[in-house]
Write a protein that binds this ligand. Structure first.
Ligand code: IPE
Ligand code: IPE
Ligand code: MG
Length: 240
């Protein structure tokens, strides 16, 4: 049973294992990504039911461009069909979609669908659903450093005046439009024990929960198990 008083405000998920799921079933990798989108949809709905305020999912990393063109374009096609077919439902469910990452590098139809989704959900007041797309933690930090360096160069900021809050504010999660707190909980599926360039700054004190389940098999029950694990942890933040 989950403790309603100790629900994380922000949960972030590294949705991993689509390829292995497909391989196990003798299916093409894209069938795994398709099944992964369906799993994601259920987790979005369930997050809202649990009263979670922010859900961030890692959908495509800055390193995922290394995959075959067929896989990369296939992933974006699935994404477009997900946002197009689910836009109504997202609006109805009061979900506000935000993107973390430079999505301008995606194919044109994907950019258009995403912008429509951002626009049509921006007034919603329920769950904030952040999709990390062409996202990399190092890329995000590099951009923040550049933005602050520009302010130093034009004389509006002194180097010694730079604070941690200023750095946070320059990240995708910190811009006024997204304004997500650091995630209390980061879940990674598929048994891999690493962050793979996800939320490097924001994860400083996140609780990490690793699940052996491959992402397409990740159900609301598995999700609740991960949250229960989080709730059993003692968070200390360096204090005693
Ligand atoms: C995660 O599943 C989805 C993306 C990275 C886009 P993978 O495609 O990485 O699946 P595995 O790790 O090969 O099983
Ligand atoms: C992390 O998974 C990225 C996403 C889930 C989008 P990867 O499958 O790309 O990570 P590695 O290569 O196993 O570290
Ligand atoms: Mg993977």
């Amino acid at each position: 049973m989950l403790n309603k008083e100790r629900m994380p405000v922000h949960v972030a998920i590294i949705m991993d294992g689509n390829g292995r799921w497909a391989k196990q079933k003798g299916l093409p990798r894209l069938a795994g990504h398709n099944a992964g989108m369906k799993a994601m949809k259920k987790i979005v709905d369930h997050s809202d039911k649990l009263g979670i305020k922010y859900l961030t999912v890692y959908a495509f990393s800055t390193e995922n461009w290394k995959r075959s063109i067929a896989e990369v374009t296939g992933i974006f096609k699935l994404l477009v069909s997900y946002v197009n077919s689910d836009l109504k439902e997202l609006v109805q469910n009061n979900v506000r979609v935000k993107i973390l990452g430079d999505y301008s590098a995606l194919p044109e139809d994907a950019v258009r669908s995403l912008e429509k989704t951002l626009e049509e959900t921006k007034g919603n007041t329920g769950l904030q659903f952040n999709i990390a797309l062409n996202y990399g933690g190092r890329d995000e930090l590099r951009r923040a450093v550049e933005a602050l360096a520009v302010r130093v160069k034009n004389g509006t900021l002194q180097p010694e005046e730079i604070t941690e809050d200023m750095i946070s504010a320059e990240l995708y999660t910190g811009c006024a439009d997204v304004a997500a707190p650091d995630p209390e909980l980061i879940i990674r599926t598929s048994g891999e024990l690493r962050l793979s360039n996800f939320l490097l700054w924001q994860s400083a004190y996140s609780e990490l929960v690793f699940s052996d389940v491959l992402w397409p098999d990740f159900t609301p029950e598995e999700y609740e198990k991960a949250i229960a694990d989080y709730q059993s942890r003692e968070r200390r933040f360096g204090g005693r």
